[in-house]
Design a protein around this ligand. Structure first.
Ligand SMILES: Cc1ncc(COP(=O)(O)O)c(C=O)c1O
Ligand SMILES: N[C@@H](CCOP(=O)(O)O)C(=O)O
Length: 473
């Protein structure tokens, strides 16, 4: 299997090379050259398997012919061994035909752990096999950074630099990141928003000499490895609700569009997904685009679901690539227009195609709070504000009740105790196994929202060997 760029101007790479490159050198995102298909009997055979064994069957076709395919089984077994629930991603029911997929049983209590624990192991093994050093750079609105620091801390071959928007993450997220004492972990608090952090990361990748010098790689969902490791839970959830014999719908709390794109990938592989509902908070660039056809990200608004305080949804580019029939020229036109004017418009035909599969709803702060309260009163279950955005958005879908609707629960309520209590005093307790970093150590450097300042900090702190001149040069 080879991976190609959505912008069509980069060489096709193997899974492992695409994983280490993270972003394609032409600025595009890697995509599999074709979607592997699972036949209905193969999907049915996932029933009753351990999560890691199911993930092995689902992910394996993407690694075909790659040296890392031999590592897949052991990587998955190790990755999910430390989860706090034997099912890894269990389902619970909150109403007739309404389910919650609990993706918060990993070490940092957010869905990011399911992929990050896999990606870090693949990267580390690749570097040990090939020799060399990598510098991971990532942007976070709180959860990706915590999961990455947990997954990469203490590794000899990899330094990790995580950029978060200063003052715009929860206290628990901040402590999870800044109390790591390992020398390979670096936190940068950027004076800006998550979109600013992500723009800086992309600008660093655009500096090809810097990429080479630092062995730059990324762990955001712009890396296809992240998306791939998020696909299996769509399959396991749907199969436990009757797939492949019964279609299932999903509502996904959305920011960077990575998680919901993994649902799209599952469908492209043959899973009967009848609907994918994009649930955003007040940062509603996607619901506005699905209503009007104009994608026009605006300034980020701070909400009680800070991990979704994102306007520029990077992985939307992957969906546009699919929508354009994989025409990279069309994608480049959209992206150039976005860069030049801050917006682009989809045709009525394209919009219709998207609406056939996707719903998109924005949920306000009061509705989020009322949903947390309502779910608690009806079920006794505490949900976090990101999940609440998902539950509220799923209720706006007109055909609900006909097909099972699964809302992805993307974070444990203990990560957002103030918002998750619904101001009713039902305070979430953190699972004892997670051992939150309560120490007061703060390892974090504040920097302006400026590419040069961040690059200078990374160069000054990375353990990457400077490039040696070619012999005879
Ligand atoms: C708790 C939580 N929910 C939802 C999201 C949105 O996921 P995505 O960025 O993949 O759309 C994030 C961050 O990305 C998150 O941390
Ligand atoms: N919500 C994320 C933002 C980055 O998303 P990613 O899935 O692209 O890494 C976070 O909490 O950091």
């Amino acid at each position: 299997m080879k991976f190609i760029s959505t912008r069509g101007e980069a060489p096709a790479l193997s899974f492992e090379d695409a994983l280490l490159a993270a972003l394609a050198p032409d600025g595009g995102l890697f995509m599999p050259e074709a979607w592997p298909r699972l036949e209905p009997d193969e999907i049915a055979a996932l029933a009753g398997l351990d999560y890691a064994d199911a993930a092995d069957l689902i992910m394996s076709p993407f690694l075909a012919g790659d040296p890392c395919q031999d590592d897949l089984q052991s990587v998955l077994a190790e990755a999910y061994d430390a989860f706090h629930h034997p099912a890894v991603a269990p389902l619970s029911q909150i109403g007739p035909n309404a389910f919650i997929l609990e993706l918060f049983h990993g070490p940092t209590l957010a869905f990011k752990d399911l992929a990050m624990q896999v990606v870090s192991r693949f990267m580390n093994r690749a570097l040990l096999r090939r020799g060399g050093h990598a510098t991971v750079v990532g942007a976070t609105s709180g959860d990706t950074g915590a999961a990455a620091i947990e997954a990469f801390r203490g590794l000899d071959a990899i330094d990790v630099f995580i950029l978060h928007p200063k003052g715009r993450i929860s206290d628990v997220q901040r402590r999870q990141m800044t109390t790591a004492t390992e020398a390979n972990v670096h936190n940068i608090a950027v004076e800006g928003t998550f979109d600013d952090c992500q723009a800086i990361v992309k600008a660093l990748f655009a500096d090809r000499p810097l990429c080479g010098r630092l062995g730059l790689t990324g762990i955001n969902s712009i890396n296809f490895g992240r998306i791939l490791a998020q696909v299996p839970y769509y399959f396991t959830a749907a199969v436990s609700l009757g797939a492949p014999h019964r279609p299932v719908a999903f509502t996904v709390p959305t920011g960077n569009f990575g998680d919901i794109f993994a649902g799209y990938a599952a469908r492209a592989m043959g899973l009967p997904v009848s609907r994918l509902v994009i649930a955003t908070n007040l940062n509603d660039s996607l619901p506005r685009a699905f209503a009007s056809g104009i994608y026009e990200p605006q300034g980020v608004v701070a909400t009680s679901s800070p991990s979704m305080d994102i306007q520029l949804a990077s992985n939307f580019e992957r969906l546009l690539f699919e929508l354009a029939g994989r025409d990279a020229v069309r994608v480049r036109v959209w992206m150039d227009e976005l860069r030049a004017t801050g917006a682009f418009r989809l045709s009525q035909g394209e919009l219709g195609q998207l609406r056939d599969l996707f719903g998109a709803h924005s949920v306000g702060e009061h509705e989020t709070e009322m949903t947390i309260r309502g779910v608690f009163e009806e079920t006794g279950m505490l949900i976090d504000p990101h999940t609440a955005v998902g539950v509220a958005a799923s209720a706006q879908e007109s055909d609900r009740g006909i097909t099972p609707m699964v809302v992805l629960s993307t974070a444990h309520p203990a990560k957002f105790p103030d918002a998750s209590s619904g101001r009713r005093g039902a305070c979430p307790s953190s699972p004892s196994a997670c051992g939150f970093a309560l120490a007061s150590t703060k390892r974090c450097t504040v920097l302006p929202s400026d590419v040069a300042a961040v690059a200078e900090f990374i160069v000054g702190h990375s353990r990457a060997e400077p490039v040696r001149a070619e012999a005879g040069a």
